[in-house]
Design a protein around this ligand. Structure first.
Ligand SMILES: [Mn+2]
Length: 352
């Protein structure tokens, strides 16, 4: 069984930063899981100049490894491999002939600024190469048009389309796996109509704040379906806490619990919203914010405090009689909550 570890964009730019550590972690995972092949499907480097500077160090990471590393150029590092650059004896840049390993054939489709008929023609032309005598794996770097993605899912890339392909481009070619890069957001897999899979691994480390949640790679045995493998790499995590003064809860406890569950390598994007009753909890808005900051210190990339103290409104006779009516009315809990919420907003707007 041939075991493959597949990752999308890492965007390396500095030695020993969190992206570099992610690469080192992937090499360790490859060793531990005894993979045969590690595929990097484009944008290993953030820029060509980064490839130039980091190449000697990359050689170190990829030396004395028990597997082969196959790399294709992406839109960020399309020129990084030109001129026979040497990345190590087990590292192969797949821009030309296929790489054969046992009964598996791996073909790279390096990034090029082409689309539509040109791209389709390029992929259909692989028919000659992708014969049935072996399992065929394609490495690609680009956008899958079948699924709606926001531009942000690919990292901030502007309005341009990058090698936009459809699942149908790969059908009828004896392809068992398309392993793709360029899509940063998350691990995701689609089935090709005539068998075979199309897999994005998502970036193995958060590159921008839009890539939230624990990062993953794809680790699978040829013959089985692509499988996500969670990583302990740096990532951004959104934490939204909605405070409800009608629920009997300890605001600081709620924050504490959410942060105790934060992944150790995660940096939080925290939003605290909703309402508090400062009279009841004996803390002003300012007290609450400063105490929350005490709990979350050093763990946040961004903090947004959108909470409001509504103790004044809660004491208002008009509001009291309104909520009493709601309580007696024939509403579900959810409807009661919504009515109360609407009343609070109305009273805040009216300055009552
Ligand atoms: Mn990228």
């Amino acid at each position: 069984m041939v075991k493959i570890l597949h990752t999308a964009d890492i965007h390396l730019r500095e030695y020993k930063d969190e992206r570099w550590e992610a690469l080192e972690q992937l090499v360790e995972i490859g060793k531990r899981n005894e993979v045969d092949i590690f595929t990097i499907c484009g944008d290993l480097f953030d820029k060509d100049v980064d490839a130039e500077n980091l190449r000697p160090k990359i050689r170190e990471v990829f030396s004395n490894i028990p597997f082969k590393v196959l790399i294709i150029p992406g839109n960020h590092d399309a020129d990084s491999y030109k001129g026979g650059m040497y990345f190590g004896e087990d590292v192969f840049i797949l821009t030309g002939s296929p790489f054969e390993y046992g009964d598996v054939r791996i073909v790279g489709v390096p990034f090029e600024p082409i689309q539509g008929q040109n791209l389709l023609g390029k992929i259909r032309a692989l028919k000659e190469t992708l014969t049935l005598d072996k399992k065929n794996v394609l490495l690609c770097h680009g956008e899958l048009l079948d699924v709606f993605f926001s531009r942000a899912d690919f990292g901030a890339e502007g309005e341009e389309r990058y090698m936009p392909f459809k699942l149908s481009y790969f059908e009828g070619l004896n392809i068992d796996y398309v392993l793709a890069g360029h899509f940063h957001s998350r691990f995701d897999v689609w089935q090709l109509k005539d068998g075979g899979y199309f897999a994005y691994s998502g970036s193995p480390v958060s590159i921008t704040k839009r890539e939230t949640g624990q990062r993953k790679v794809n680790l699978f045995e040829v013959g089985n379906s692509p499988t996500e493998y969670p990583l302990d790499t740096f990532n951004y995590q959104e934490i939204t806490i909605e405070l409800d003064p009608f629920r009997d809860e300890d605001v600081l406890r709620v924050v504490q619990e959410r942060f105790e569950n934060l992944h150790p390598r995660a940096s939080a994007i925290l939003t605290v919203k909703g309402y508090v009753n400062s009279e009841k909890i004996q803390m002003t808005e300012q007290d609450i914010v400063s105490q929350i900051k005490g709990i979350t210190k050093g763990k946040c990339a961004e903090e947004h405090y959108e909470l409001s103290d509504i103790s004044r409104i809660l004491e208002n006779d008009l509001f009291k009689s309104f909520t009493n009516k709601v309580k007696q009315g024939d509403y579900t809990e959810e409807e009661k909550r919504q009515l109360q919420d609407t009343a609070i907003k109305a009273m805040m707007q009216a300055g009552l």
